[in-house]
Design a protein around this ligand. Structure first.
Ligand code: ZN
Length: 84
């Protein structure tokens, strides 16, 4: 089962925590879905550092949006520009 197949890709070099005001390097990808605006298979991705992972998971869980948390290395990457 490939749960990451429908997750949004994250850009190379932009793996910073999604928490407000936090510029820490992200260690986790939080996959979420808002059934009111997203198709059921769609996965939006928030990035989180170790410190904010739990906070962001709770934020999404309270709204029933949270689906899964994966290591940031498991996320698909895309390159905005080709780099050597
Ligand atoms: Zn953070």
């Amino acid at each position: 089962m490939d749960l990451l197949g429908t997750a949004d890709a994250v850009a190379e070099g932009e793996l910073l925590c999604s928490a407000k005001g936090c510029r820490a390097e992200a260690a986790w990808g939080l996959l979420w879905n808002n059934p009111k605006i997203h198709t059921p298979e769609r996965r939006k991705v928030w990035l989180a550092c170790d410190e904010h992972r739990e906070h962001l998971e709770q934020f999404l869980s309270r709204r029933d949006f949270w689906k899964q948390t994966v290591p940031v290395d498991a996320l698909d990457r895309f390159s905005p520009e080709a780099r050597p």
